[in-house]
Design a protein around this ligand. Structure first.
Ligand code: GLU
Length: 511
């Protein structure tokens, strides 16, 4: 049997270091077994998936040094490798389950489901579909379908007993069926949910080992039941511990930069990041800290993955990166500096901002320092302003950060619009409003044009600097919570705006 592993990212945002970490372990395991690693795009959430995000994810994984035998960009015998192009396959499979009596049409409206869940919660029960549509007769189902009634397809789930399964790292796990919902398999729009699509694709693409984040453990019973209904042999399951913020919460962009692009932009070398991600879940048999993905593959065993909650620690990453940088020859070092930001492509972004403001070439260094490297460290006093109070400064930055966090496309005009609307809403002149942003982004109250600077820096660095500014200002948790509430109210005021919906960080939307 050829070992086949996969990474299955959803293209709904920045390329996340968590995706890179899981991809690395899948790549390493496949290599260690002489197997194949493939890439599949899980874009069934049409409203949130974008081709830009897909491209960024592929680019960032390649930058890290990973490659795949099959995928949407390289093709392969089990394609298409984008779930959006496989809708008919999921439909066929779901209908097969309906015919077998393992799944059923559900016509419940969302209002009815909301009421049902509220009642269950009030009674102290876990919200779970109550099975109302299971009692419809075949005639009733046909009548509803013929009348064009909105519907979903749900899977049947046993009421009693436990689902028992084995995780390669954790051994035997038992989950009571009473905790497992009658999962929607096909949504109103005809698209599959993750749970149906992942099972069908892993089977049809010959995946032998599923290595993924531990947040999916509770979904395993649904998946195994689907394998059973279809009469398929499930793959080996291995759930990796999630990366954590220093406070041990799940790694999130509110607390830590999570985008691979951020690390690339601050000058982390790809081999250092790959090494660091490897260290998050594994150690070399000789405990050596510097190792490549290939070294990992030569020494790797699934069962040697650590189960602790690995903390993504920027200082440790910087230390490791320093080791790599110092090991380069001067020539290699120069190449890396050029690849990083002193190349024509990057400089071309700065020229329109700089050229017209320059009298001597050496002015460039002082003007563009914050666009090339880190901006200087800030202090509270930097935010002192003749009309704005410190509290107002915090409010401006917090609201702006929340708006920026939710932006799908990082465009100059959108950034400008966001600031204009917020300034109006807060009753501030735009010049006043922008002052704290200038300071947060450039470290100065006057700099190159702000919105152009934001575009050059990109979303990750920009957001990171705003977050850092809030830390410097010492916005308390309590204030933060109050501002969060105010921001929700602000969002509710502007429903007609383009989709800038603030969503909690989640791996995916579950039905
Ligand atoms: N699209 C899912 C994610 O990005 C994949 C989960 C899985 O590997 O099964 O988290």
């Amino acid at each position: 049997m050829t070992v086949r592993t996969r990474i299955a990212p959803s293209p709904t945002g920045d390329p996340h270091v968590g995706t890179a970490y899981i991809a690395l372990f899948n790549w390493v395991f496949a290599k260690s077994q002489g197997g194949e690693f493939i890439l599949r795009i899980e874009d069934t959430d049409a409203a949130r998936s974008t081709p830009e995000s897909e491209q960024l994810i592929l680019d960032s994984l390649r930058w890290l040094g990973l490659d795949w035998a099959e995928g949407p960009d390289v093709g392969g015998p089990f394609g298409p490798y984008r779930q959006s192009a496989r809708k008919h396959i999921y439909q066929e499979h779901a209908h097969r389950l309906v015919e077998q009596g393992d799944a059923f049409y559900c016509f419940c409206t969302s209002e009815r489901l909301d009421e049902m869940r509220a009642a269950q919660r009030a009674a102290g029960e876990n919200p779970r579909y109550d099975g109302r549509c299971l009692s419809l007769t075949a005639d009733e189902v046909h009548a509803q379908l013929n009348s064009g009634a909105e519907h979903v397809i749900r899977m049947k789930v046993p009421d009693t007993g436990h689902c028992e399964f084995r995780d390669e790292l954790r051994g035997g796990i038992e989950i009571p069926w009473s905790q497992v919902d009658m999962q929607v398999l096909i949504k109103h729009d005809g698209f599959p949910t993750y749970h149906l699509a992942v099972v069908v694709d892993d089977q049809l693409m010959g995946i032998t080992h599923v290595l993924r984040g531990e947040e999916w453990i509770n979904s395993v019973p649904k998946h195994l039941l689907l394998y059973q209904y279809f009469g398929w042999e499930p793959p080996v399951l291995c759930h990796l511990p999630l990366l954590r913020n220093p406070d041990h919460s799940k790694l999130s962009k509110r607390k830590n930069p999570t985008s691979v692009n951020y690390y690339e932009r601050i000058g982390v070398l790809p081999e250092a990041l790959a090494n660091y991600l490897g260290m998050m879940g594994w150690s070399m048999p000789d405990e050596r800290e510097i190792f490549s993905a290939e070294d990992m593959a030569k020494n790797f065993e699934l069962t040697s993955i650590h189960l602790g909650g690995p903390v993504f620690d920027l200082e440790k990453l910087s230390w490791l990166n320093g080791q790599y940088l110092r090991a380069l020859s001067p020539d290699e070092f120069m190449d890396r500096v050029q690849d990083w930001a002193l190349n024509r492509e990057h400089l071309a972004k700065l020229v329109p901002l700089l050229q017209e403001r320059t009298e001597r070439l050496s002015d460039l260094v002082g003007q563009a320092d914050y666009l090339l490297g880190d901006r200087r460290a800030l202090q509270r006093d930097d935010f002192a302003h003749k009309t704005l109070s410190e509290e107002q400064v915090g409010v401006i930055i917090e609201h702006t950060l929340r708006e920026f966090d939710a932006l799908r496309h990082w465009r100059r005009d959108d950034l400008h619009q966001i600031c204009k609307r917020l300034a109006d809403h807060l009753g501030l002149k735009i010049r006043e409003f922008l002052f704290p942003l200038f300071v947060s982004i450039s470290g100065r109250s006057v700099s190159l044009p702000l919105f152009d600077s934001l575009v050059v820096l990109g979303p990750d660095l920009s957001r990171m600097r705003l977050r850092d500014a809030l830390d410097v200002l010492g916005v308390s948790k309590k204030q933060g919570k109050r501002l969060e509430k105010q921001h929700r109210e602000y969002q509710a005021l502007t429903p007609s705006q383009p989709k800038r919906i603030i969503r909690p960080e989640r791996g995916r939307l579950e039905q």
